[in-house]
Design a protein around this ligand. Structure first.
Ligand SMILES: [Zn+2]
Length: 155
């Protein structure tokens, strides 16, 4: 059964599915559910354990989750951020080009933004003769909500 998407998500979902097909990956039920999960849990980046435990993906086996996460990351459909414990967390990667990830240390709310500064920074590598560039830009901090909680607890 196809998932019923609200209009704003429908176009994003179609775009993600298009990129999936273009990357030569099949549109499996599990991948469809996985994308639904990432939309549902925005803006949080999810660990493998959280993905496995979520009812939307219908408790698949660990190997299925790992293989899919690996395949989707390889073709650039997922972004990976590392949390404070060094654990990988994932979220959908939309749009091309270098991106800046801004993540909360407490709740893992993660925002991905592009910035004209990033291609400029990559040009430093290009000047050194490097090609096929990929780069990882991350800022960690506390989101507004978590910062408020922290200051309330400190009193
Ligand atoms: Zn937070």
């Amino acid at each position: 059964m196809e998932i019923e998407w609200p209009p704003d998500l429908k176009s994003r979902y179609n775009e993600v599915m298009k990129r999936l097909t273009e990357a030569g990956l099949r549109r499996t039920k599990f991948r469809q559910n996985l994308f639904a999960l990432f939309f549902e849990t925005e803006p949080y980046a999810l660990s493998i354990e959280e993905i496995r435990a979520h009812p939307i993906v219908q408790s698949p086996d660990t190997v299925t989750v790992y293989r899919n996460i690996e395949a989707l990351s390889r073709v650039g459909l997922l972004d990976c951020v590392f949390d404070e414990k060094g654990r990988s967390r994932y979220k959908l990667s939309e749009g091309d080009g270098p991106k800046l990830k801004i993540a909360c240390r407490d709740c893992h709310a993660t925002f991905v933004r592009s910035s004209p500064v990033l291609p400029e920074l990559e040009s430093v590598a290009r000047e050194l003769g490097y090609s096929g560039l990929s780069s990882r830009w991350e800022i960690m901090g506390y989101c507004e909500e978590c910062a408020e909680k922290r200051s309330a607890e400190a009193v």
